[in-house]
Design a protein around this ligand. Structure first.
Ligand SMILES: [Zn+2]
Ligand SMILES: [Zn+2]
Length: 236
Protein backbone atom coordinates (compact mmCIF):
# COMPACT_ATOMS: atom_id res chain seq x y z
CA UNK A 1 0.00 0.00 0.00
CA UNK A 2 1.17 3.50 -0.81
CA UNK A 3 2.22 5.56 2.17
CA UNK A 4 0.44 8.53 0.66
CA UNK A 5 -2.90 6.91 1.38
CA UNK A 6 -2.28 7.38 5.07
CA UNK A 7 -1.61 11.08 4.77
CA UNK A 8 -4.16 12.68 7.04
CA UNK A 9 -6.40 15.21 5.41
CA UNK A 10 -6.04 18.49 7.20
CA UNK A 11 -9.14 20.61 6.76
CA UNK A 12 -9.21 24.35 6.89
CA UNK A 13 -11.06 24.04 10.17
CA UNK A 14 -8.22 21.96 11.59
CA UNK A 15 -5.66 24.43 10.44
CA UNK A 16 -7.63 27.31 11.90
CA UNK A 17 -8.01 25.51 15.20
CA UNK A 18 -4.30 24.67 15.26
CA UNK A 19 -3.20 28.21 14.56
CA UNK A 20 -5.67 29.49 17.12
CA UNK A 21 -4.26 27.17 19.73
CA UNK A 22 -0.72 28.17 18.86
CA UNK A 23 -1.74 31.78 19.24
CA UNK A 24 -3.24 31.22 22.69
CA UNK A 25 -0.27 29.25 23.97
CA UNK A 26 2.18 31.79 22.71
CA UNK A 27 0.20 34.70 24.11
CA UNK A 28 -0.02 33.16 27.58
CA UNK A 29 3.62 32.28 27.88
CA UNK A 30 4.98 35.58 26.75
CA UNK A 31 5.91 38.28 29.23
CA UNK A 32 3.75 41.37 29.31
CA UNK A 33 5.26 44.02 27.11
CA UNK A 34 5.72 47.60 28.15
CA UNK A 35 2.64 49.59 27.28
CA UNK A 36 2.93 50.54 23.62
CA UNK A 37 0.41 52.05 21.24
CA UNK A 38 -0.46 51.06 17.69
CA UNK A 39 1.38 54.15 16.49
CA UNK A 40 4.50 53.22 18.50
CA UNK A 41 4.58 49.74 17.06
CA UNK A 42 4.05 50.97 13.50
CA UNK A 43 6.82 53.53 13.94
CA UNK A 44 9.11 50.82 15.34
CA UNK A 45 8.43 48.81 12.21
CA UNK A 46 9.30 51.83 10.07
CA UNK A 47 12.58 52.34 11.94
CA UNK A 48 13.63 48.71 11.67
CA UNK A 49 12.63 48.58 8.03
CA UNK A 50 14.63 51.74 7.35
CA UNK A 51 17.70 50.20 9.00
CA UNK A 52 17.34 47.02 6.98
CA UNK A 53 17.03 48.98 3.73
CA UNK A 54 20.17 50.93 4.60
CA UNK A 55 22.02 47.69 5.18
CA UNK A 56 20.92 46.44 1.79
CA UNK A 57 21.83 49.65 0.00
CA UNK A 58 25.13 50.19 1.77
CA UNK A 59 26.56 47.69 -0.66
CA UNK A 60 29.57 45.51 -0.20
CA UNK A 61 27.12 42.59 -0.28
CA UNK A 62 27.02 42.50 3.48
CA UNK A 63 23.33 41.82 3.19
CA UNK A 64 22.30 39.87 0.12
CA UNK A 65 18.97 40.49 -1.52
CA UNK A 66 17.87 37.03 -0.42
CA UNK A 67 18.76 37.87 3.18
CA UNK A 68 16.95 41.16 2.88
CA UNK A 69 13.81 39.42 1.67
CA UNK A 70 13.93 36.88 4.45
CA UNK A 71 14.58 39.51 7.13
CA UNK A 72 11.93 41.88 5.85
CA UNK A 73 9.32 39.13 5.70
CA UNK A 74 10.15 38.33 9.30
CA UNK A 75 9.85 41.99 10.28
CA UNK A 76 6.42 42.14 8.64
CA UNK A 77 5.27 39.03 10.48
CA UNK A 78 6.64 39.98 13.89
CA UNK A 79 5.39 43.55 13.79
CA UNK A 80 2.00 42.54 12.40
CA UNK A 81 1.46 40.26 15.32
CA UNK A 82 2.60 42.89 17.77
CA UNK A 83 0.49 45.68 16.29
CA UNK A 84 -2.49 43.36 16.23
CA UNK A 85 -2.10 42.55 19.93
CA UNK A 86 -1.52 46.14 20.95
CA UNK A 87 -4.50 47.28 18.87
CA UNK A 88 -6.65 44.57 20.39
CA UNK A 89 -5.72 45.72 23.88
CA UNK A 90 -6.21 49.37 22.97
CA UNK A 91 -9.74 48.46 21.93
CA UNK A 92 -10.37 47.04 25.39
CA UNK A 93 -10.05 43.41 24.33
CA UNK A 94 -8.26 40.54 26.04
CA UNK A 95 -5.86 38.77 23.67
CA UNK A 96 -7.03 35.44 25.09
CA UNK A 97 -10.38 36.13 23.45
CA UNK A 98 -9.06 36.56 19.93
CA UNK A 99 -11.02 34.23 17.66
CA UNK A 100 -9.92 32.39 14.54
CA UNK A 101 -11.87 34.83 12.40
CA UNK A 102 -9.77 37.66 13.86
CA UNK A 103 -6.60 35.66 13.35
CA UNK A 104 -7.56 35.25 9.70
CA UNK A 105 -7.33 39.03 9.38
CA UNK A 106 -3.81 38.95 10.82
CA UNK A 107 -2.70 36.04 8.67
CA UNK A 108 -4.25 37.54 5.54
CA UNK A 109 -2.39 40.77 6.18
CA UNK A 110 0.95 39.03 6.69
CA UNK A 111 0.57 37.01 3.49
CA UNK A 112 -0.50 40.03 1.48
CA UNK A 113 2.31 42.26 2.73
CA UNK A 114 4.97 39.55 2.44
CA UNK A 115 3.93 39.12 -1.18
CA UNK A 116 5.07 42.68 -1.90
CA UNK A 117 8.54 42.14 -0.42
CA UNK A 118 10.22 40.60 -3.46
CA UNK A 119 9.05 43.36 -5.80
CA UNK A 120 10.09 45.94 -3.25
CA UNK A 121 13.61 44.50 -2.97
CA UNK A 122 13.85 44.41 -6.79
CA UNK A 123 12.84 48.04 -6.89
CA UNK A 124 15.39 48.96 -4.19
CA UNK A 125 18.24 47.34 -6.09
CA UNK A 126 17.24 48.57 -9.54
CA UNK A 127 19.70 51.25 -10.68
CA UNK A 128 16.86 53.08 -12.44
CA UNK A 129 14.89 53.57 -9.23
CA UNK A 130 14.62 56.99 -7.64
CA UNK A 131 15.82 56.23 -4.12
CA UNK A 132 14.78 59.69 -2.93
CA UNK A 133 11.31 58.26 -2.52
CA UNK A 134 12.42 55.43 -0.24
CA UNK A 135 11.02 57.30 2.81
CA UNK A 136 7.66 57.61 1.04
CA UNK A 137 7.63 53.91 0.28
CA UNK A 138 8.51 53.12 3.91
CA UNK A 139 5.71 55.44 5.04
CA UNK A 140 3.24 53.35 3.03
CA UNK A 141 4.42 50.14 4.68
CA UNK A 142 4.03 51.87 8.04
CA UNK A 143 0.55 53.15 7.19
CA UNK A 144 -0.57 49.64 6.25
CA UNK A 145 0.85 48.26 9.50
CA UNK A 146 -0.97 50.98 11.44
CA UNK A 147 -4.18 50.14 9.60
CA UNK A 148 -3.91 46.53 10.76
CA UNK A 149 -3.54 47.65 14.39
CA UNK A 150 -6.52 49.96 14.03
CA UNK A 151 -8.62 47.19 12.54
CA UNK A 152 -7.73 44.92 15.44
CA UNK A 153 -8.66 47.72 17.83
CA UNK A 154 -12.00 48.26 16.10
CA UNK A 155 -12.79 44.55 16.27
CA UNK A 156 -11.95 44.38 19.95
CA UNK A 157 -14.45 47.20 20.50
CA UNK A 158 -17.17 44.87 19.21
CA UNK A 159 -19.08 46.13 16.22
CA UNK A 160 -19.03 49.91 16.64
CA UNK A 161 -20.92 52.25 14.33
CA UNK A 162 -18.44 54.23 12.28
CA UNK A 163 -18.77 57.29 10.08
CA UNK A 164 -16.53 57.94 7.08
CA UNK A 165 -15.45 61.54 7.41
CA UNK A 166 -12.80 63.89 6.17
CA UNK A 167 -9.83 63.95 8.54
CA UNK A 168 -9.49 67.28 10.35
CA UNK A 169 -6.61 69.24 8.84
CA UNK A 170 -6.61 67.19 5.66
CA UNK A 171 -4.13 68.91 3.32
CA UNK A 172 -6.02 69.89 0.19
CA UNK A 173 -9.79 70.33 -0.01
CA UNK A 174 -9.87 68.53 -3.34
CA UNK A 175 -12.87 66.64 -4.70
CA UNK A 176 -13.17 63.12 -3.35
CA UNK A 177 -13.33 60.16 -5.73
CA UNK A 178 -16.82 58.85 -6.57
CA UNK A 179 -16.60 56.06 -3.98
CA UNK A 180 -15.57 58.43 -1.21
CA UNK A 181 -18.18 60.97 -2.30
CA UNK A 182 -20.88 58.33 -1.97
CA UNK A 183 -19.67 57.06 1.40
CA UNK A 184 -18.70 60.40 2.94
CA UNK A 185 -20.66 61.17 6.12
CA UNK A 186 -22.51 57.85 6.09
CA UNK A 187 -22.61 55.74 9.25
CA UNK A 188 -22.56 51.94 9.35
CA UNK A 189 -21.42 49.17 11.65
CA UNK A 190 -17.84 47.94 11.44
CA UNK A 191 -19.21 44.68 10.00
CA UNK A 192 -20.85 46.68 7.19
CA UNK A 193 -17.62 48.52 6.40
CA UNK A 194 -15.77 45.23 6.44
CA UNK A 195 -18.00 43.54 3.88
CA UNK A 196 -21.59 43.11 5.08
CA UNK A 197 -22.73 45.65 2.46
CA UNK A 198 -24.54 45.20 -0.86
CA UNK A 199 -21.24 45.13 -2.77
CA UNK A 200 -19.50 42.78 -0.34
CA UNK A 201 -16.64 45.29 -0.33
CA UNK A 202 -14.07 45.77 2.43
CA UNK A 203 -13.86 49.53 2.85
CA UNK A 204 -11.49 49.48 5.83
CA UNK A 205 -8.12 48.79 4.20
CA UNK A 206 -5.76 51.57 3.18
CA UNK A 207 -3.29 51.86 0.32
CA UNK A 208 -4.36 49.69 -2.56
CA UNK A 209 -8.02 49.11 -1.70
CA UNK A 210 -9.77 48.15 -4.92
CA UNK A 211 -13.19 48.92 -3.43
CA UNK A 212 -12.34 52.61 -3.86
CA UNK A 213 -11.69 54.42 -7.11
CA UNK A 214 -8.93 56.35 -5.32
CA UNK A 215 -7.50 53.08 -3.95
CA UNK A 216 -7.56 54.76 -0.52
CA UNK A 217 -3.93 55.63 -1.11
CA UNK A 218 -2.60 58.06 1.50
CA UNK A 219 -1.98 60.80 -1.02
CA UNK A 220 -5.42 60.52 -2.64
CA UNK A 221 -7.83 59.75 0.19
CA UNK A 222 -8.24 62.02 3.18
CA UNK A 223 -11.07 60.08 4.78
CA UNK A 224 -11.02 58.08 7.97
CA UNK A 225 -13.56 56.07 9.93
CA UNK A 226 -14.66 57.78 13.14
CA UNK A 227 -16.61 56.33 16.04
CA UNK A 228 -20.16 57.58 15.51
CA UNK A 229 -20.81 58.19 19.20
CA UNK A 230 -17.49 59.31 20.66
CA UNK A 231 -16.02 60.93 17.54
CA UNK A 232 -12.73 59.08 18.11
CA UNK A 233 -10.83 58.22 14.94
CA UNK A 234 -10.86 54.44 14.81
CA UNK A 235 -9.41 53.54 11.39
CA UNK A 236 -7.25 55.94 9.36
ZN1 LIG B 1 -11.74 57.89 -2.61
ZN1 LIG C 1 -11.38 59.25 0.53
Amino acid sequence: MMAAEFTPIISNAHQQAASHLAWLMDTRTRAVKAQATVDDVAQGFGNDLGDLIQELLRGGHRLSKADFRRDMKKLVKDYARQVFEVGWEEGGGDVAEVESDDLALLEGFVNEQQNYVNDFSDWLTDKESDLDIVPDRVALWVASMMNLGQQAKARAMGNPRLTLRRRPGAPIPKAPCDTCAELENTTHTLAWWRGKNPDGADYTKRNGNEAYICGRWDEACYHSLFHARTGEKVID
